[in-house]
Design a protein around this ligand. Structure first.
Ligand code: SAH
Ligand code: SF4
Length: 350
């Protein structure tokens, strides 16, 4: 009962101090305060794009990570990060190019949702508890920086908080983990917290996927597809989403579509084509629009449900694969963090 009360205070009322948890005995509050702290992530930048997409850059000490809110007519999707950097080094990803910095803690992962939920509600005049029917964040996707399944033990408790009725109460269908294909962890997720699954396929043959998504050398396509089929027995939806980034001249030809059709017939799935989002020094180009449409048509004609992801927030570098693209320069970033801390200290009352 105490745990439920504490969760509600933390994630629904969003209190900043244990003393505000008024239905909990004072001695228990004192014990909580002696052993833990309530701390928000520090925001470095907060930008809103012309299409309404909003991106926060959070300072996580040695590094920075982003969360992106994408408002749509019927939903609000928050895209959050699981790691600072990523070790998996996919050829077309700016996070991969940064290398791996560190795993985020559960607090840092759920902290992105806690923060976004509060400020988005404040924007529309809601403070504290969730009001029925008014919910800025309706969906969470783990598609920000990092490979969520490579930080499994921190990610699962964060997912559990997203689902918990005493915290955010999202349904399993509205929480999506995106993975580049860590097969043992996909199996483990099916047992521990089977939320919706998106798999970054990006290539229809092992030869090409080995180059674009190097983890394929460890878990090749056949093993990945078998894991997807096993996952579906537990998944909240009856399909897996395959993500496929469209790279000019690399994986966007008719023969790639034909090979992809064969793959898609082996797993109940939907395909989501992602126009490549360029970042400084990337070696790839975005496929031309007509080629993406032709690729989609070829798959759709074969009966595969295929959508094209809308590019959102690219004027603030909030689109897929662009996260933290502007802070690669460590010195500049550190200076920015120091400047912000200094401004806060000056403005703060003791
Ligand atoms: N590590 C996880 C989740 C984060 S990336 C994964 O790889 O699935 C979220 C999605 O954005 C993945 O499908 C990823 O391959 C894709 N992506 C990465 N860089 C991109 C870029 N430059 N343009 C478009 N999509 C990109
Ligand atoms: Fe990591 Fe995903 Fe980027 Fe690959 S695409 S480097 S797994 S964040």
């Amino acid at each position: 009962m105490r745990a439920k009360q504490t969760l509600k205070w933390l994630h629904q009322s969003q209190v900043t101090d244990f003393s505000a948890m008024t239905d909990i005995a004072k001695t228990t509050r004192d014990t909580l305060a002696a052993h833990s702290e309530i701390r928000d992530l520090t925001v470095i930048t907060d930008k809103t794009a012309s299409d309404g997409t909003r991106k926060w850059l959070f300072d996580v000490g040695s590094s920075a990570v982003d969360a992106v809110f994408i408002p749509e007519d019927d939903r609000g999707t928050l895209c959050i990060s699981s790691q600072a950097g990523c070790a998996l080094d996919c050829a077309f990803c700016s996070t991969g190019k940064q290398g791996f910095n560190r795993n985020l803690s559960t607090a840092e992962i759920i902290g992105q949702l806690r923060y976004a939920d509060r400020v988005l509600k404040a924007d529309i005049g809601i403070v504290g508890r969730t009001l029925d029917g008014v919910q800025p964040v309706t969906n969470v996707v783990m598609m920000g920086m990092g490979e969520p399944l490579a930080n499994f033990e921190a990610v699962v408790p964060a997912l559990e908080l997203m689902l918990d009725d005493n915290a955010y109460g999202l349904s399993r269908r509205r929480v999506t983990v995106s993975t580049s294909g860590l097969v043992p962890q996909i199996d483990e997720l099916s047992k521990r917290c089977p939320v919706a699954l998106a798999v970054s396929l990006h290539a229809p043959t092992d030869a090409l996927r080995d180059v674009l998504v190097p983890i394929n050398k460890r878990y090749p396509i056949a093993e990945l597809l078998a894991a997807c089929n096993r996952y579906l027995e537990f998944a909240p939806r009856d399909f897996i989403t395959f993500e496929y980034v469209m790279l000019d001249g690399v994986n966007d030809q008719p023969e790639h579509a034909d090979a992809l059709i064969k793959i898609a017939r082996q797993v109940p799935c939907k395909l989501n084509l992602i126009p490549f989002n360029p970042f400084p020094n990337s070696e790839f180009k975005k496929s031309p629009r007509e080629r993406i449409l032709a690729f989609q048509r070829r798959l759709s004609d074969a009966g595969i449900v295929t959508t094209i992801r809308k590019t959102r927030g690219d004027d603030i570098d909030a689109a897929c694969g662009q996260l933290a693209g502007q802070i690669n320069d460590r010195t500049r970033r550190t200076q920015k963090v120091i400047a912000i801390h200094a401004a806060r200290t000056v403005g703060a009352t003791p």
